[in-house]
Design a protein around this ligand. Sequence first.
Ligand code: ADP
Ligand code: MG
Length: 327
Amino acid sequence: MGREQAHLGEFDLIRRYFSRIGGARSDVVLGVGDDAALLRMPADTELAAAVDTLVAGRHFPPDSDARSIGHRALAVNLSDLAAMGATPAWATLALTLPAADPDWLERFAGGFAQLANAYGVALVGGDTTAGPLTISVQVMGHVARGTALRRGGAQAGDLLAVTGTLGDAGAGLALATGSHTTSDGAVARELRQRFEYPTPRVEFGAAARGIASAAMDLSDGLAGDLPKLAGASGLAAHVDVDRLPLSHALQAFASPQQARDWALGAGDDYELLLAVPPRGYAELASLAAKLDLRLTPVGELRRGTGVSWASHGAKFTPQAHGYDHFR
Ligand code: ADP
Ligand code: MG
């Protein structure tokens, strides 16, 4: 660490690492540097805003690569906008750091910037303070008026579908913390990648507007998240757990029972759960195929309340209940 870097102050730090992320957008009237950012909304849209906080030791192992932390801090928020069918545009970043370590900041900002650039999201402001490592990112975007995908829009008879594969991030976290190991390096890398660098389903979420009747992203595991969508829609949900999409890597890594537990309860997959009327399913599936994204029907919504699970025609009770910070 050089002398200049050892004395990296708050304002140098902001200028050096956080003043140019996401490039220039014509709808950013004023970005980093003033008391507030000024942003221009397109006509006939609604502002979609979401914020998520990552706390070291709670949302990621404290020794995680800072590049992954930067990526995830933005990805989890982009995933929330994807679940609304909204197009992300701007982000703010509240960063609490134990120390201004240039190597750490370089990697953190690099991971954040790579994902921000991929979606054209401009970092327009934030806050930087000293304290235990905590990262809050707010993402803002827009969606054509009245067209956002909500959790509460599903109808009885709608199919339930999920994107991608489930449980990989749970396995990836188990590998990252060392609670599980494998001698298969390729499998380990693929699963860890799914935890450390989740892909928000932004394009698919936007494409699903007008076809899906409801959507949410899977941050807490299907067993924890599905009751929220079913409850918001005032319906019961039924899922066939034998249909849950599991990756080859996960099946190579874990027993069928462990894989299923991670798929239902581990969280951090950031795939989308969608409700879709049966007549719209083929169109949604073809949109997913165009994006090279797996889409799997796993169940349906019915009149009533609660979520029921089945395996091989028999009632199934998930071990996992999804993550709840205060339980
Ligand atoms: P204020 O005290 O008025 O809140 P600050 O002095 O904290 O402003 O921040 C100066 C400018 O830098 C502001 O425009 C703020 O939005 C921006 N900023 C501060 N921290 C960050 C960060 N981590 N990432 C991006 N912008 C930041
Ligand atoms: Mg401030």
